[in-house]
Design a protein around this ligand. Structure first.
Ligand code: ARG
Length: 476
């Protein structure tokens, strides 16, 4: 019999932990309840948490320094094995926590049995998860900094590029492409803020909460909290093991960000259709058809759009898992992991491919300008020209509406109407449509804060750059 087969540990004997059990776990139950296939993603955090716990136990006089040293170096060696892909994970050992502890016993023998002093897997997994979420939120912030850098660069290139802005996917008013893309910069800035914000609620260490009610042993909770980079221990042991609301915040921030990526993706899909012809994705970011040789498909933005569904599903899934749970820990909570890991990976990948697709996107400046050149897009400007002559806006709107109908019926070009023709509809028109509806002028007149006039857009770019530089400095 190997050390694994003593029956004192779960695994080869098939018996659960401890002396309570007479019978082996049913093999289907073992498979059903095992989480190690996915919670191995927590390995490095689990080991970090265990090292901090072992040091605290020695510091508090609960274990000998020699045992601490054996535990710490054993855990470090296991961590190195996991990093190098040499670690043999076993489903029979249920989860990452038991896999690591069992491997530790194999390495260092009996001293391993002292590691779990004053600890439960409930406070252990909550700690692992907090550490994981801290890194995952930071990774999202970094991915967003990258993407925002790209969109800012593309905006800078396209201050002079004009396209129709749309409402209801109907051409509405002309805007600069830079202005359009800076809208996404703003969304992604808020997304990054959301990921930063949730870190404030990851500042309390669950370790020392035990299974739910703390411990009778003199643990030094501040010691582990400090070693793991938390501000202090969690305030309520029951909350610490039962709550996953910060995980929900992470999933929510990820879902919102994926929705923003999805909206940009949708535009890339329609803009790259022949009907729009505004952009062309680089070969590296599109695929061909297995059947139709002429096709170049926008699969990358389509997949980002499609994957936003997962991110939304993951949020709803974890909300649903929690809604009916009595305090404190319930095994249902093991279902928190796959949604979290999946959203983290999906978001990371989506940020990266979106940045790549945007960086390499070809823009058809001519085609955009042509679409923006329809003078009908400036009908509002005609009404506002009347307002400047003191005509009430509702009256001006009515007048221009009639003008538009007149042009549509007669097949006339609104932009070509002379001052006299305009004056047949209202005597206050100060000039002909040619002058009133010049595209450049129309853009320049939208000079309010947040508008699409060149000066405003250039200011917005400068501010965005400053903000990005500041964020980069802070995270360096
Ligand atoms: N694998 C478990 C989880 O992810 C670890 C905690 C198990 N605790 C327990 N009391 N069974 O939630």
């Amino acid at each position: 019999m190997s050390a694994r087969d003593t029956g004192k540990r779960p695994g080869a004997s098939g018996k659960p932990w401890g002396g309570r059990f007479q019978q082996a776990t049913d093999p289907t139950v073992e498979r059903f309840s095992a989480s190690v296939a996915f919670d191995r993603a927590l390995a490095r955090y689990d080991i970090r948490g265990s090292i901090a716990h072992a040091r605290m136990l020695a510091h508090s006089g609960l274990i000998e320094a020699a045992d601490r040293d054996a535990i710490v170096s054993g855990l470090e060696a296991i961590g190195a094995d996991i990093d190098a892909g040499r670690f043999a994970f076993s489903d029979r050992l249920e989860d990452i926590h038991m896999n690591v502890e069992s491997a530790l016993r194999e390495r260092i023998g009996e001293a391993a049995g002292r590691l779990h002093t004053g600890r439960s897997r409930n406070d252990q997994v909550a700690t692992d998860l907090a550490l994981y979420l801290r890194d995952a939120a930071e990774a999202a912030v970094q991915g967003l900094i990258q993407l925002r850098g790209v969109v800012l660069e593309r905006a800078r290139e396209h201050v002079g590029t004009v396209l129709p802005g749309y409402t209801h996917l109907q051409r509405a008013q002309p805007v600069r492409l830079a202005h359009h893309w800076l809208a996404f910069f703003e969304m992604w800035t808020r997304d990054a803020d959301r990921f930063r914000d949730l870190r404030a609620r990851l500042s309390r260490a669950p370790l020392g909460s035990g299974a739910l009610a703390g411990s009778t042993l003199p643990l030094d909770r501040a010691h582990t909290a400090d070693a793991l980079g938390f501000e202090g221990p969690s305030r309520n042991s029951m909350d610490a093991v039962a709550s996953r609301d910060v995980a929900l915040e992470f999933l929510s921030a990820a879902a919102i960000c994926m929705v923003h990526l999805s909206r940009l993706s949708e535009e890339l899909v329609i803009w790259s259709s022949s009907e729009f012809g505004f952009v062309e994705l680089a070969d590296a970011y599109s695929t061909g058809s297995s059947l139709m040789p002429q096709k170049k498909n926008p699969d990358v933005p389509e997949l980002v759009r499609g994957k936003s569904g997962r991110a939304i599903g993951n949020l709803v899934s974890l909300l649903t898992v929690q809604k009916g749970l009595p305090l404190t820990y319930n095994r249902d909570l093991q279902e928190d992991k796959e949604p979290i890991f999946d959203s983290a990976r999906t978001l990371g990948d989506s940020l990266e491919v979106t940045a790549g697709a945007l960086a390499t996107l070809r823009v058809d400046v001519e085609r955009m300008r042509e679409a923006a050149g329809d003078p009908m897009l400036l009908a509002t400007d005609l009404a506002e020209a009347l307002v400047r002559q003191d005509v009430p806006f509702r009256e001006a709107h009515e007048v221009v509406g009639k003008l538009v109908a007149h042009c549509v019926e007669g097949g006339l070009d609104l932009g070509a109407l002379s001052r006299d023709e305009l004056r047949r509809f209202h005597p206050a028109f100060p000039a002909g449509a040619g002058e009133l509806l010049a595209l450049e002028r129309a853009l320049e007149e939208r000079a309010l804060v947040g508008g699409t006039a060149r000066a405003r857009v250039e200011e917005a770019i400068a501010e965005a750059q400053e903000r990005l530089d500041r964020e980069q400095e802070e995270s360096a």
